[in-house]
Design a protein around this ligand. Structure first.
Ligand SMILES: [Zn+2]
Length: 311
């Protein structure tokens, strides 16, 4: 597989924002019920370099050794001094592979908001490692990275990168980075661009919170939103498009779930409107979890007004 990258500059200021997209990658050991004739994959994932004249901050990294080496080469080729890597949320696919880049970047630290640190630390525990090694056996770097709580402001050469905790999206808490100088929000997993959002284990209240997180990003008023998971063929980073499409997916998923009696039905209903999105394996996992024993009742708005009878 090849890695694609795009570069674009902010229009108004001195910071330049470049996006690296790691492509979809095969996962091992697909969950029972997945059609073995179809490849099960992990979503394409972005890492964004925010660069000034001499220095840069990277927002989010990757997980496997091979893709993390490619990312490190890409960052080092910028010839900027990397001062920090900021991790938007605690999912290991956005940071476990960063040790090599950090070793090659003297003085750079790996940080997240203090409230994100516990989930991130958990990814390196026995349970987290069992998940990541199960997905990518023999593909993780020998040394894994773990973010430390951020102290002080996030900035590049005195220009601010505003970090905002927007609460729950595909995990909780999740944060976004607003770079006013480049008129862009780096949304982590709060927005998904052309890829099925991760709704494994979600419930109606959580999806409602996710909608509020999208509203919070919209209120920042940036022209562009770079999603943490972006299809390599996405046409642009237009904020209105990316936020509206993520919002619509969540609304449609809610309706499809309420109307479905099985995971297969849910997949079919969501696919009818969103089948062009990448990583169908994510939708399969989300739907399977929604109908697993002990899962929250699929019906029921956060208000409790609808579907109180359960499924
Ligand atoms: Zn993610």
């Amino acid at each position: 597989m090849t890695t694609t990258s795009t570069t674009s500059a902010g229009t108004s200021g001195g910071l330049r924002v470049s996006v690296h997209v790691a492509p979809y990658k095969r996962v091992a050991n697909p969950a029972p019920g997945w059609d073995p004739a179809r490849p099960a994959t992990w979503p394409a994932t972005t890492s964004t370099l925010v660069a000034g004249e001499r220095e840069a901050v990277l927002v989010d990294g990757l997980v496997t050794d091979a893709e993390s080496r490619e990312l490190a080469d890409w960052v080092l080729a910028s010839s900027k001094r990397l001062t920090r890597v900021y991790v938007t949320h605690g999912h290991g696919d956005h940071f476990l592979g960063l040790a090599g880049l950090l070793a090659a970047s003297p003085g750079a630290d790996l940080v997240c908001l203090p409230q994100v640190a516990p989930e991130a630390a958990g990814q390196l525990g026995a349970e987290g490692m069992a998940v990541w090694n199960g997905l990518f056996p023999g593909q993780l770097p020998a040394r894994l990275a773990q973010p430390a709580p951020l102290t002080g402001p996030l900035e590049v050469e005195g220009r601010p990168l505003h970090v905002l905790d927007v609460g729950r999206s595909d995990t909780s808490p999740t944060t976004v980075v607003h770079v006013p100088d480049a008129d862009v929000v780096l949304s982590g997993d709060v927005a998904y661009d052309g890829i099925h959002p991760w709704l494994v284990g979600s419930d109606a209240a959580g999806r409602h919170e996710w909608l509020a997180a999208l509203d919070a990003v919209e209120r920042l008023g940036a022209r562009r939103v770079v999603a943490g998971h972006r299809d390599p063929g996405a046409p642009d980073d237009d904020a209105a498009r990316v936020l509206d499409e993520t919002r619509q997916y969540l609304v449609d998923y809610e309706q499809a779930l309420a109307a479905s009696d099985s995971a297969d039905e849910l997949v079919a209903r969501v696919d009818a409107r969103h089948g062009s999105r990448g990583n169908p394996y994510t939708l399969f996992l989300s739907a399977t979890s929604a109908f697993a024993a002990g899962a929250p009742a699929p019906q029921g708005e956060p208000s409790g007004a609808a579907g109180a009878s359960g499924r």
